[in-house]
Every structure is written in structure tokens, then in C-alpha cells.
Design a protein around this ligand. Structure first.
Ligand SMILES: C[S@@+](CC[C@H](N)C(=O)[O-])C[C@H]1O[C@@H](n2cnc3c(N)ncnc32)[C@H](O)[C@@H]1O
Length: 273
């Protein structure tokens, strides 16, 4: 495990090239492994994102860091007109291949979301909504994206994002099990131990068990994440902290399914005033 401290900024632009290399390397494995869904996507991320997004047919939506396009396809199926971007050419290739039957037209582009000028090439005041599922913590810098989004969105547009929960499921968080005697019977309690939260740091870790290489995670506390949005005029007007329901199939005793009151994911909706 590598933990690096940084100064007051919560961006790490020096990691951008390395991040792009890692995701290009992971893309095919990642899509083979979870491209058709997993409990996190099916039970936590997508339902909460859909609720907060409340898409209307015909709306124009930008999917930022779309990966192989799983959520972009879902939004297109709900009737949205979708532009989907990712920094990784390999992921965009996968996304395009998955759309090869032409049933859902999605405009895929290889764009680095840390590059404001490239983002602005998409047009100004052209999107009703923007979405970024499980990727802000994978982006070396978020200020360029969040400072540019108000210009891409129409007035009153919304930005919905999901991240691994900064307080409970970030970088150096450790899942723990404790056994104690409660009134004569042994009880195992599962929880999370946190030692690093307030300062931003980079952590090389694993998003999906078995992945061929670790990826950089960029830890940002909730106040850091939200304050970047507030500084650029966004107003928080929706938030969910979904947890896996008890009884969800789990492969290890310390899986999130055994922590039904700890949310591994945070989903927020920011409004562009
Ligand atoms: C965990 S995947 C999430 C993909 C997809 N949104 C999903 O929910 O399945 C993280 C994605 O972030 C993308 N990413 C990381 N940094 C990026 C950047 N600077 N610009 C655009 N995409 C980026 C990666 O290429 C990868 O596709």
C-alpha cells in the first residue's frame, strides 16, 4: 500500500498520465468481469443514480468517465440522448463494440475529463444533465471538470455523481470483525476502521478483486468533494448513502453485505443554478 500526502489541493495532476495508462490496461478485464452488472451496480449505484437523475425522455445527458458504457446504455434505453466520454481509448472501444448492434445510439468520445478545453468542445449550455458514476475518486484532478460543468449544462441542469463513500470505503479504510460474548452467546460484529480521512491522498488499490493491476484512488473527504462543487456555483439538492441489503450474496465474511448499516457508496445531486 502506498499512501502519499498532498497539500491543501485535492487534485493530483501529476498522476493523470499514469491513471490513463492503468485504465487502458484494465478496460477489457474490467468489462469482461463486471460489464454485465454486479451487486454494487445493480443494487446500489444504478438505482440511486436513476432516482436522483430522474431522467425525462428526450433529455440530453453527458456521461463522464463512462467506462464501457453500461450506464450510458441504460440512460439511452430510458429515452435520453447520450454523449459519453472517457479518457481511456480501450474503454471507448469496448463501449462502441457493445453498441455495435445499433439498437441504442450513443455518441462516444475519447476525452480527458481533466482537460477543460476538450470538455468545452462538446458545446456550451447543451446538456440537461451530467452524470459520473463511480469515477471522481479515480480522477487525478476534479477541479477542471467541476469548474467547466456549469458551462456545459443548461441553466438549472443537474450533475449526479456516485463515489466510493469517502468516510467508509476509501483508501486506507479497513474492514474489521470482532467477536464478543453478548448475554452468553458469541456474536460477531462487522465494521470499518478509519485512520486517514481529513487530508487528501493517493492510494494504489483494487476496485474489483482479481484485477490485473492496482489503480490509483484519489481520496477526498466529503467536504473537499462538495466544496469543489459549491465553489463553482453548484447547490447540493439530493443525496443517498445506499448500503447492500442484509442477505446479499457475499464471497467473504468481510464483504459489504455483512455491513448492512454502513454505506459503501455515496450518490449526490448538484444543481446548476
Ligand atoms: C471505475 S470506472 C467507472 C466506469 C463507469 N462510469 C461505471 O460506472 O462503470 C472509472 C473510469 O474513470 C475513467 N477515468 C479516469 N480518469 C479519467 C479522466 N481524467 N477522464 C475521463 N475518464 C477518466 C477510467 O478510464 C474508467 O473508465
Amino acid at each position: 500500500m502506498m499512501v502519499l500526502e498532498n497539500g491543501p489541493s485535492c487534485d493530483f495532476p501529476e498522476y493523470n498520465a499514469r491513471t490513463a495508462e492503468v485504465w487502458d490496461r484494465l478496460a477489457d478485464w474490467w468489462d469482461d468481469e463486471i460489464g454485465d452488472g454486479n451487486p454494487f451496480q445493480d443494487l446500489l449505484i444504478e438505482p440511486a443514480t436513476e432516482r436522483l437523475l430522474a431522467l425525462q425522455p428526450g433529455e440530453r445527458v453527458l456521461d463522464i468517465a463512462c467506462g464501457a458504457g453500461r450506464f450510458a446504455r441504460r440512460m439511452a434505453a430510458l429515452g435520453a440522448e447520450v454523449v459519453a466520454i472517457d479518457q481511456s481509448k480501450a474503454f471507448i472501444r469496448r463501449a462502441t463494440q457493445r453498441n455495435a448492434d445499433g439498437t441504442r445510439e450513443i455518441d462516444y468520445r475519447t476525452i480527458d475529463a481533466t482537460d477543460s478545453a476538450a470538455l468545452l468542445s462538446l458545446g456550451e449550455a447543451v446538456f440537461d444533465a451530467a452524470v459520473c458514476t463511480m469515477a471522481l475518486m479515480d480522477m487525478a484532478s476534479i477541479d477542471p471538470l467541476i469548474s467547466t460543468l456549469p458551462r456545459l449544462l443548461k441553466p438549472g441542469g443537474r450533475f449526479v455523481f456516485s463515489v466510493t463513500h469517502p468516510a467508509f470505503n476509501s483508501g486506507t479504510a479497513r474492514k474489521i470483525a470482532e467477536e464478543n460474548d453478548r448475554d452468553g452467546s458469541l456474536k460477531t460484529t462487522y465494521g470499518v476502521a478509519i485512520t486517514d480521512y481529513a487530508s487528501p491522498y493517493v492510494h494504489m488499490g483494487v476496485g474489483v478483486p482479481g484485477q490485473p493491476a492496482p489503480q490509483p484512488f484519489f481520496h477526498r473527504s466529503i467536504s473537499m468533494l462538495f466544496n469543489v462543487c459549491f465553489q463553482h456555483g453548484f447547490v447540493l439538492n439530493g443525496i443517498e448513502e445506499p448500503a447492500l441489503p442484509e442477505g446479499t450474496e457475499s464471497s467473504t465474511p468481510l464483504a459489504w453485505a455483512n455491513l448492512p448499516s454502513i454505506p459503501p457508496v455515496l450518490v449526490a445531486r448538484m444543481a446548476n443554478p
